[in-house]
Write a protein that binds this ligand. Structure first.
Ligand code: DCM
Length: 127
């Protein structure tokens, strides 16, 4: 299983552009990664966001749905709130953008992330 975060801060959603592998490079995703043995999804999300972006986050609710990835993997998405740090692309990404709700279509999302982003869009804080 792969867990990704819909990270919200100041009414915007964090999008990350992949730098690897070549077939995914240049496409945008909700940042996250694979669960390690013994981890829950929220634990994996906190670890991945720390490793990839250098931030501390607090997982919120799971966004309903499960989206197929490469054979044997599915994507689950959780909302997350930024606790501390300024996200920077430390690993796997070469650009980050904070998107307002009306800007969500401005980046080329990975196909498998699109339905998750649409669900996340319904959870913008204050809406
Ligand atoms: N992945 C994805 N969408 C995301 C996060 C990850 O499709 N929002 C995929 C890309 C990789 C795999 O999951 O094939 C593992 O991600 P990572 O390489 O970031 O650990």
């Amino acid at each position: 299983m792969v867990v990704a975060g819909a990270v919200f801060d100041e009414g915007r959603l964090l999008a990350a552009r992949r730098s690897a592998p070549p077939e995914l490079a240049g496409r945008w995703e909700l940042p996250g990664g694979k669960l390690e043995p013994g981890e829950t999804a929220p634990q994996a999300l906190v670890r991945e966001l720390r490793e990839e972006l250098g931030v501390e986050t607090e997982p919120g609710e799971r966004i309903p749905g499960e989206w197929p990835l490469a054979p044997g993997y599915v994507l689950q998405v959780w909302t997350a709130r930024l606790l501390s740090g300024e996200p920077s692309p430390l690993q796997d990404h070469d650009e980050l953008r904070w998107l307002a709700r009306h800007e969500l279509d401005s980046v080329d999302w990975l196909d498998q992330d699109r339905p998750a982003v649409a669900e996340a869009a319904r959870r913008f804080p204050g809406e």
